[in-house]
Design a protein around this ligand. Structure first.
Ligand SMILES: Nc1ncnc2c1ncn2[C@@H]1O[C@H](COP(=O)(O)OP(=O)(O)OP(=O)(O)O)[C@@H](O)[C@H]1O
Ligand SMILES: [Mg+2]
Length: 472
């Protein structure tokens, strides 16, 4: 817009300047030439009468005004000229008929063979004819062309300047917006401590910056308050639940003395209390992570070893009848180390394996492979758990990571077992490691959950696995 404004301004100013100058210069020149022509005609009419040597008189008149050509037309259309360079037909017919027929002086600016000329015609009573003089004003055209060129160059320079100033000014005025955009992305990504830098020196921006920062303060306070609330509630529920569970355990030892309906009621109660306990535990963990108070104790580990241990731990702790699946480790991850919180990682694996067992007939394979695009040694590591069950419909693949979301597989098996927090917790644990998790379809059509964790390539010197041991 600045460039366009500068262009319009320079074109209009240039045009105004050019036409005003041209009007002025040509007008001045025309008056001077008319004046010269009158001087010459006076001289010619006096001398023609006295000497009768018309050509010589015209030549002498021409010498006074060297850039002109003089002609004399007598009443019987006899032409005399003071120059050999131009013939009388160079005089425009319109001017000639005006001067001869109307017996009046006139002038005309026109172009002859590409150069601008001024022709002046003055009736001469003594000869019953007219005197014409053609003035070459080509040098004025040249001056005007130079002026036009200078204005054109000035126009380009001004437009360029306009574009530069516009770019600078818009960049300067939009700079705060890119800061806001960066801050908004960071906040949306969970970094609630992000604030805009103070712009106290800039009156226009100071209000905006402080409002933005105030808004984020309030947002942070609200999120933390809500997370604290969930955390407090879960915490408060834990103690009575523990008492309840302990009391139920005591009751379970006396189950033989209860009537069958009371035994059934006790069973249902125990199952629900266990489910409730688990849900409260999960909620507490999620809310800690929401409020930023989750403690992550990272250790450097070998991916293959880590996954093998986590899988066997999951099979030990979960009531699963099927045998554990083989853990296949791609040799390309050898030499890559992960920094993980083992407890959290084991929880991730046990949730995935439990789901595979509940909804997919048991995990069929666990793969450890390098992340996409990492040829040779891996910089990120992918761990996937797959089963041969019905899999997840595409519409559920993202939603299953939402809190309390239970898919149709859960209901097919009969409601009442899960709470829908397992995968939300997986996503939270993975996020705390700077990784990501997603669900898609396994080769046989079952479900496949993959987590990707950022890794670190160990130095060759302390690489126990030997970088090239199995690399493709
Ligand atoms: N391997 C799988 N195959 C098919 N569906 C699955 C699989 N894993 C998870 N799902 C679907 O995703 C939903 C969410 O799983 P998630 O583990 O979060 O909750 P849940 O298992 O229902 O409860 P819990 O909190 O006890 O784990 C499940 O209800 C189920 O519908
Ligand atoms: Mg689950």
């Amino acid at each position: 817009m600045f460039a366009l404004g500068a262009l319009v301004l320079s074109v209009s100013m240039g045009a105004l300047c050019y036409f005003t100058t041209r009007h002025y210069i040509v007008g001045e020149r025309e008056s001077a030439d008319i004046h010269d022509a009158f001087v010459n005609v006076t001289y010619v009419s006096q001398h023609v009468a006295a000497t009768d040597t018309i050509n010589e008189t015209l030549t002498t008149a021409n010498k006074v005004t060297p850039h002109s050509h003089s002609f004399l037309e007598e009443k019987n259309s006899t032409w005399w000229r003071g120059t050999l360079a131009v013939t009388w037909d160079a005089i425009p017919d319109s001017l000639r008929s005006l001067v001869i027929n109307d017996n009046t002086s006139a002038s005309q600016t026109y172009t002859l063979h590409g150069t601008t000329q001024i022709a002046v015609g003055i009736p001469v009573k003594e000869l019953h004819g007219a005197y014409f003089e053609i003035f070459d004003i080509g040098e004025i055209s040249q001056t005007l062309s130079r002026l036009a060129l200078a204005l054109f160059v000035a126009g380009i320079v001004i437009t360029g300047l306009g574009a530069t100033v516009g770019r600078w000014a818009s960049g300067r005025s939009l700079r705060p917006l890119s800061g806001v955009s960066r801050a908004a992305v960071a906040i949306a990504g969970g970094d609630l401590g992000t604030r805009l830098d103070s712009t106290a020196g800039d009156r226009d921006l100071a209000g905006f910056t402080s409002s933005f920062n105030r808004m984020v303060d309030q947002l942070q306070e609200r999120i933390e308050r809500e997370a604290r609330f969930t955390s407090d509630v879960s915490h408060e529920l834990r103690s009575p639940l523990t008492t309840l569970a302990a009391s139920l355990e005591v009751l379970e030892t006396q189950v033989g003395s209860l009537t069958p309906p009371a035994q059934r009621a006790l069973e249902l109660l125990s199952a629900d209390v266990r489910r409730f306990q688990r849900m409260v535990g999960d909620l507490l963990e999620i809310s800690r992570s929401d409020s930023g108070s989750a403690e992550v104790s990272l250790e450097e580990v070998d991916p293959g070893e880590l996954v093998r241990r986590a899988v066997s731990a999951a099979y030990r702790s979960l009531p699963i009848d099927t045998p554990p699946p083989p853990v296949e480790v791609d040799p390309a991850v050898n030499g890559t180390h992960l920094w993980v919180d083992k407890r959290r990682f084991e929880r991730v694996m046990s949730n995935l394996i439990e789901n595979a067992s509940l909804y997919g007939g048991g995990a069929t394979a666990v793969h450890v492979a390098p992340g996409n695009g990492n040829g040779g040694r891996a910089l990120s590591v992918r761990v996937s758990v797959q089963d041969a069950g019905p899999g997840l419909p595409p519409s559920e693949r993202v939603r299953v990571f939402e809190r309390f979301y239970r898919g149709h597989a859960a209901f097919q098996r009969g409601a009442g077992t899960g709470t829908g927090l397992g995968l939300a917790l997986v996503a939270e644990h993975v996020r705390l490691h700077g990784g990501k998790v997603w669900a898609d379809e396994a080769e046989g059509g079952g479900a496949k959950f993959t987590i990707e964790l950022p890794g670190q390539v160990a130095d060759l010197d302390d690489d126990e696995h030997g970088g090239g041991s199995g690399a493709p």
